[in-house]
Design a protein around this ligand. Structure first.
Ligand SMILES: Cc1cc2nc3c(=O)[nH]c(=O)nc-3n(C[C@H](O)[C@H](O)[C@H](O)COP(=O)(O)OP(=O)(O)OC[C@H]3O[C@@H](n4cnc5c(N)ncnc54)[C@H](O)[C@@H]3O)c2cc1C
Length: 259
C-alpha cells in the first residue's frame, strides 16, 4: 500500500472532510490489513490523534473507541467483567501480541472480513456502531449490508447484560486463520452466531427460534444451525467439513451457556 500524502488531523470533522472530498483517500487504522494491499492512495488519514482509544463504562453500556487495539480488548478488566471470555477469546489467537497491539477494533469491524472473529462475537451482543457522518446503526445491520461508505467509525456501544456468553472456534494451527467461529450468548434470549464459513458471521434465525422455544433442544438446534447456514470452500477447509464441525461447536457452546 502507498499514499502520496499523509495527514494526522486532531479532530474528527477534519478527518471526515478529507475522506469525503477525495475518493482515493484512506483511513489508516493499525495498518495490519491495509499494508498487505498493492493499492496506491492519494491520501493516508492517520486517526491516532482523534482520541478514539478508550474503553468506558456507563450505567447501561460499555463504549469502546474505534482506535482501541485488539490487545486491549483481550486484557481490559471492564470487558472481562461483563462478557467473561467472549471478546478476549475471539482475538487472542490472532498472530501474536505485537500484532494485536497494532490491529484496532475499528479496522476489524470496518473491513468486514469473512475471517474476522471479533465480528462473530459482537453479533451475539446488543451492539451498536457510531459513525461520524451516518450516526448510529446496529452492528447486525452494518455487517449484513454494506450501506455505509466513506465514513469514520468512532465507537462501538455494547449494552451491559446479565447472563452467559461464550466463543469457540476451530483452527488448524495457532495463529493461522480460523476455519469456523461460533459465539453464543444467553441474556434471557439465546443468540447464536457462526462466522468464518468463510463468509461474514450470521445469525441462524430458525435455529435460534427453536432453542428459545425449548431450551432442552440442544442437539436439534446444533444440527439445524448446520442445515440453515451456507458454507464455502477455501484452502483451509471444505464446506462439508465446516458444516460437520458447526453442529459440534454450536452444541458445545450451547451447553456452556445453558447447563
Ligand atoms: C496476516 C493477518 C492475519 C490475520 N489473522 C486473523 C485471524 O486469525 N482472526 C481474525 O479475526 N482476524 C485476523 N486478521 C484480521 C485482523 O483482525 C485485521 O487485519 C485487523 O483487525 C484490522 O485492523 P487495523 O486497525 O490494522 O485496520 P487497517 O488495516 O488499518 O484498516 C482496515 C480497513 O478498515 C478501515 N478503517 C480502519 N479503522 C477505521 C475507522 N475507525 N473508521 C473507518 N474505517 C476504518 C481502513 O481504511 C481499511 O479499509 C488478520 C490480518 C492479517 C493481516
Amino acid at each position: 500500500m502507498r499514499f502520496d500524502k499523509f495527514i494526522r488531523p486532531d479532530n474528527l470533522q477534519t478527518a471526515l472532510k478529507y475522506l469525503q472530498k477525495d475518493k482515493d483517500a484512506v483511513i489508516l487504522g493499525g495498518n495490519t490489513f491495509l499494508r498487505l494491499s498493492e493499492r496506491k492512495y492519494t491520501l493516508g488519514i492517520d486517526i491516532s490523534n482523534l482520541k478514539l482509544d478508550y474503553i468506558k463504562e456507563s450505567k447501561e453500556d460499555i463504549e469502546i473507541g474505534a482506535f482501541t487495539s485488539l490487545r486491549t480488548i483481550e486484557t481490559d478488566p471492564i470487558i472481562n467483567k461483563y462478557f467473561s471470555e467472549l471478546l478476549p477469546e475471539s482475538v487472542k489467537h490472532l498472530i501474536g501480541v505485537q500484532f494485536r497491539n497494532n490491529a484496532t477494533i475499528g479496522g476489524a469491524i470496518y473491513s468486514r472480513l469473512g475471517f474476522s472473529e471479533i465480528n462473530t462475537a459482537l453479533l451475539v451482543l446488543d451492539c451498536e456502531l457510531e459513525f461520524e457522518d451516518h450516526g448510529r446503526i446496529s452492528f447486525n445491520d452494518f455487517i449484513s449490508s454494506p450501506k455505509i461508505k466513506r465514513d469514520i467509525l468512532t465507537k462501538i456501544i455494547v449494552k451491559k447484560q446479565k447472563g452467559k456468553s461464550t466463543y469457540t472456534m476451530m483452527r488448524n494451527a495457532n495463529s493461522d486463520f480460523s476455519i469456523l467461529s461460533v459465539a453464543v450468548s444467553n441474556f434471557g434470549y439465546i443468540n447464536i452466531a457462526v462466522g468464518n464459513r468463510p463468509a461474514l458471521a450470521k445469525l441462524p434465525e430458525k435455529a435460534m427460534k427453536l432453542i428459545n422455544s425449548d431450551n432442552s433442544k440442544l442437539d436439534e438446534t446444533a444440527d439445524l444451525v448446520a442445515e440453515e447456514l451456507s458454507f464455502g470452500d477455501d484452502l483451509r477447509a471444505k464446506s462439508s467439513y465446516r458444516k460437520l464441525i458447526t453442529s459440534v461447536l454450536v452444541n458445545r457452546a450451547l451447553r456452556k451457556v445453558l447447563l
